[in-house]
Design a protein. Structure first.
Length: 141
């Protein structure tokens, strides 16, 4: 198998405006971030992710989601005690896909999940439809 060198740049993000131009990235992946954010910051982040994704770009989010069993719900309570109920409530209620849709993402779905020792880790996917920018601009004018 051929090895390829890939340069990956990591930037700290404060929840406001990404330091990137519109339509820059083909794919954005987030893991265990959104359960740390309040509602306003979740919305702000998803709007910025949408802005910097290219048309037909894809967003993958891996994070705590709706508990898949009573045991997972009880175990996730530990995460909520540590991270706070205000930021984790929407995750445990399975609302991350709604946030994605509200930001303009299409074909939003929960791809899969893994039950862990402390809750259900869910994988969500959505894409920026190639017409989404035009529709979004028309809404704001």
């Amino acid at each position: 198998m051929e090895k390829k060198e890939i340069e990956i740049r990591l930037d700290l993000y404060d929840g406001t405006v990404f330091p990137y131009k519109d339509n820059t990235f083909d794919k954005i992946v987030s893991s265990l971030v959104f359960h740390q954010l309040d509602k306003q910051t979740k919305n702000s982040c998803l709007n910025e992710i949408f802005r910097v994704l290219k048309p037909n770009g894809e967003l993958i989010i891996g994070d705590w989601g709706e508990a898949k069993s009573k045991l997972m719900r009880i175990r996730f309570y530990i995460v909520q005690l540590l991270d706070g109920f205000k930021t984790t409530k929407d995750n445990v209620e399975g609302l991350i896909p709604n946030y994605m849709i509200n930001a303009g993402f299409k074909n939003v779905e929960e791809l899969s999940y893994i039950n862990t020792k402390i809750g259900s880790y869910c994988y969500y996917k959505g894409n920026k439809h190639y017409l989404a920018n035009a529709i979004r601009i028309m809404r704001h004018t």
